[in-house]
Design a protein around this ligand. Structure first.
Ligand SMILES: [Zn+2]
Length: 328
């Protein structure tokens, strides 16, 4: 045994097993001494001699050193032996440890240390369970509201067209999930304000708007507050909590998916497409997404699924995507 290890073992035993040492020196009766056959070796270390004296095994296994599971030194010992056996489980670690040390209630102590091993946790840890769905906010459940009276807004981009950067303002209805897309030449508040006005003139002035904390939205909120006569509510979701804007982030994902899969990456090099092509494609995507099914499509052909267009155009089946000539 190394001198340092001897020093620490002796020191820890004197600290925790002072009564055992006294009993051994004075040759008095002690329950632990009798039960484990404790004795002091030539280095004044307390060892056990209880059941393997006649076995053909190493000296340390015949006479293991007594160590309490309540000592931090013991925790370090268990970690050391756990690493020696390549992070195997409790039984293998305990078996390795008992070749040199005897720890009363050793299995529980080893199990506790193994369960807290960071390297093992990385491989045996389970993923976090899916959190319980939260309640939908009241604006998502408002009955008898006009289309686009409750909306979520977001922007995405840039899209490279003819060496110019374009962005898209997406406005989605929080109730019937219809969308509106406006192309932006830049991300200034002026451009955003124009795009918002186009939307309000063509569709409706919303009563409720939800968005993230982008500076452009905060400024636009201020402009609308000072210029609009009618009252409306603009809710900014908390910073760094994009999941709270899931209602419009989902639609952003659908739009990007349609856009990028259609162009197959042409938008990223921007050499062959023009602004007019992009505007046309956005309108086509708008019509396609507003005619997507909102309800389950079963095997029964009689049940026609609802789409956002059914709500926008006020009567069922009144709108159908027109046939167009593909330009890309
Ligand atoms: Zn481990």
């Amino acid at each position: 045994m190394a001198i340092a290890e001897l020093f620490w073992v002796r020191s820890q035993q004197r600290q925790f097993y002072s009564d055992v040492l006294t009993a051994l020196h004075d040759k008095k009766k002690h329950d632990l001494v009798c039960r484990l056959g404790l004795f002091l070796d030539e280095d004044s270390i307390i060892r056990c001699a209880h059941h393997l004296q006649n076995a053909n095994v190493l000296h340390g296994e015949k006479f293991p050193i007594l160590m309490s599971c309540k000592l931090y030194f013991t925790t370090l010992l268990i970690r050391y032996f756990h690493s020696l056996v390549c992070h195997q489980g409790t039984s293998y670690t305990l078996h390795s440890l008992r070749r040199e040390y005897w720890i009363p209630q050793g299995r529980a102590a080893v199990s506790s240390v193994v369960c807290q091993c960071t390297q093992c946790k990385r491989f045996i840890a389970h993923p976090f369970p899916q959190p319980q769905d939260s309640q939908l906010p009241h604006v998502r459940l408002t009955e008898r509201s006009q289309p686009f009276s409750h909306v979520g807004v977001d922007t995405f981009g840039p899209l490279l067209i003819e060496d110019c950067k374009f962005y898209v303002l997406l406005i989605t209805n929080l109730i019937c999930r219809a969308i509106n897309l406006e192309l932006l030449c830049d991300m200034t508040t002026d451009e955003l304000s124009f795009a918002y006005n186009w939307f309000a003139l063509r569709c409706r002035q919303p009563q409720f708007i939800v968005s993230d904390n982008a500076k452009q939205f905060i400024l636009l909120h201020g402009i609308l507050l000072s210029s609009l006569c009618s009252t409306f509510e603009w809710k900014l979701i908390p910073e760094y909590s994009a999941w709270q804007g899931g209602s419009y982030e989902r639609i952003v994902g659908l739009t990007k998916q349609s856009l990028f899969r259609t162009f197959q990456g042409h938008l990223l090099n921007g050499q062959t497409l023009s602004e007019m092509v992009l505007r046309t494609v956005l309108v086509e995507i708008l019509g396609m997404l507003n005619s997507r099914p909102l309800t389950y499509i079963g095997e029964d052909h009689k049940n026609i699924p609802l789409s956002p267009n059914d709500f926008l155009h006020a009567s069922f089946l009144s709108w159908r995507q027109p046939e167009i000539v593909s330009i890309y």
